[in-house]
Design a protein around this ligand. Structure first.
Ligand SMILES: Cc1cc2nc3c(=O)[nH]c(=O)nc-3n(C[C@H](O)[C@H](O)[C@H](O)COP(=O)(O)OP(=O)(O)OC[C@H]3O[C@@H](n4cnc5c(N)ncnc54)[C@H](O)[C@@H]3O)c2cc1C
Length: 464
């Protein structure tokens, strides 16, 4: 095999006023904030409609009857809770336009912030309805639960779904979740889909907003069917389609630095892959012990069809196993994802601040920046021996007329004030910050503190 080069070559940089050109470059489509704003308004209207459905479902006499208030609260919390569950699922359903506008890290943060609401509302729904029905039948709560299961259609299945939901909710509490292996927690967490699917039937068959209201039944069912369709399409269908289309295999492994390996993949149709520098894929290597887990890694250079490259630092079992991959190993991909791209530019000039292996986003993003961006790149790394890809970064920065600062050494030697202080005219540049969670958070806080506008900062944390 001819050596694959990801360095700048004369052939790829003939036009000095253009960003470095990879062959047949196709950028990902730009973000569409308008579409996302529209979706947010739609989601708000949907919540209003769900609450209105519950408010109008009960008559005054039903409300004032024994157990009426508890039943009303149970219905209201049930409708609002399941509607918010639908929004929670959509946030992580990988809709491409939403992903590239907001970025997966922000979507996940919203998903996590929203999650306690639907779960608490659904728990309240179960508790209040059981109490309400028990009061109305002048019986005990446990007896009423037995009646639900034996006499109400769809209730046994819904109760199983509810049990799954409660177990997953407990496992998702941070102090519990951090004791589990990430992959284990992830696999269990997918059970949420099953929980909502099991609970669906009892809603439309028994809910007072749906019984004898065929139109609301149809609209509600259509909303859930559409959500299931979106999940199946974007979380499963599209990745399968893309993996079949690109047919990626490991071509070569290169040790770049201590514990850092580049994996070069060979595939088909990569000239048609629309991707921006700074974006990442979820990678699934079809090898014993690895096939069942997908991990995110950024492309460390724009594709050079038929090749593309990721560069991985060994930090745990998955990343360590990648340094022992055999050429020929098949690879499935999900993505590309991420909003850490040149599309986020607001200013002419840019600065890129990173630490450790966060350099992979910087390296590929540099290929998309125009010459006038004159990027200042500041890279803090533990030692020169870990500064993988430094020559490539240096070469790209010099091509763009920028400045490269490699800060190799202890953190104490290079406090964040010093890192940020190396960027002149902070407030007139786009600021891209990537790397470890603490580095990104602290740098972003410092930038805000120094008066940099929120819209000028784009960040990518190497942990989800
Ligand atoms: C958007 C993004 C882009 C990334 N790009 C690169 C890259 O180009 N090169 C690179 O070396 N690393 C990259 N990472 C980090 C890489 O995904 C993790 O280092 C890797 O998944 C660790 O898995 P492990 O089993 O080896 O280690 P573990 O022992 O499982 O974990 C080590 C650390 O990585 C975190 N982690 C583990 N699994 C994941 C996961 N699936 N998603 C997110 N964080 C995880 C853990 O919270 C922990 O802090 C990126 C992460 C993200 C979120």
């Amino acid at each position: 095999m001819a050596p694959v080069t990801f360095e700048r070559t004369d052939a790829t940089s003939r036009r000095r006023d253009r960003p470095l050109q990879a062959s047949a470059k196709r950028l990902s489509r730009p973000p569409r904030p308008g579409a996302v704003d529209f979706a947010v308004v739609l989601a708000g209207l949907g919540l209003g409609a769900s609450v209105a459905l519950a408010l109008t479902a009960e008559t005054w006499s039903e409300l004032t009857a024994t157990g009426g208030i508890a039943m009303f609260i149970g219905n209201l919390t049930g409708l609002a809770g399941t509607y918010l569950a639908l929004v929670m699922i959509l946030l992580v359903s990988r809709i491409p336009v939403v992903e590239r506008t907001l970025g997966q890290d922000r979507l996940l943060a919203w998903h996590r912030r929203l999650a306690p609401w639907p779960i608490s509302l659904i728990v309240a729904h179960a508790v209040f309805l059981t109490i309400g029905y028990a009061q109305s039948a002048h019986t005990g709560v446990l007896h009423e639960l037995g009646t639900f299961v034996s006499h109400f259609p769809g209730m046994l299945v819904a109760l199983i779904g509810f049990g799954i939901l409660v177990v997953i909710a407990v496992l998702s509490i941070y102090s519990v979740r951090r004791r589990l292996k990430r992959e284990t927690w992830w696999a269990i967490h997918l059970g949420m889909y099953l929980a909502f699917a099991l609970a669906f039937a009892h809603e439309v068959v028994l809910g007072p907003s749906f019984v004898n209201h065929p139109l609301t039944q149809v609209v509600w069912s259509a909303a859930w069917a559409a959500t299931a369709g979106v999940v199946l399409t974007y979380r499963f269908g599209l990745p399968i389609y893309r993996s079949l289309r690109y047919r990626l295999r490991v071509a070569e492994l290169r040790e770049e630095a201590d514990g850092i390996t580049s994996i070069i993949l060979e595939g088909r149709n990569l000239d048609r892959l629309a991707i921006s520098g700074g974006q990442f894929f979820e990678w699934r290597f079809l090898k014993r012990g690895l096939w069942w887990q997908a991990h995110p890694y950024t492309l460390s250079a724009r594709p050079r069809p038929p090749y593309m490259r990721l560069t991985v630092k060994s930090v745990g079992d998955h990343s360590r196993a990648l340094s022992r991959l055999q050429p020929g190993t098949k690879v499935l991909v999900e993505g590309p994802y991420g909003a850490f791209t040149a599309h986020a530019r607001r200013h002419q000039r840019a600065a890129l601040l990173t630490n450790g292996i966060g350099v992979t986003t910087v390296r590929s993003l540099l290929e998309d920046l125009p010459k006038r961006s004159q990027p200042v790149v500041v890279w803090r790394v533990a030692s020169e021996a870990e500064a993988a890809l430094a020559d490539e970064v240096r070469q790209l920065v010099s091509h763009l007329g920028g400045k490269f600062h490699l800060l190799a050494g202890k953190r104490e030697d290079y406090p964040l004030q010093k890192v940020v202080g190396l960027v002149p005219d902070l407030r007139t540049r786009d600021l891209y910050v990537s790397g470890s969670e603490s580095f990104v958070k602290d740098v972003v806080d410092l930038l805000y503190h120094q008066g940099v506008a929120r819209e000028a900062i784009r960040s990518e944390v190497y942990a989800l």
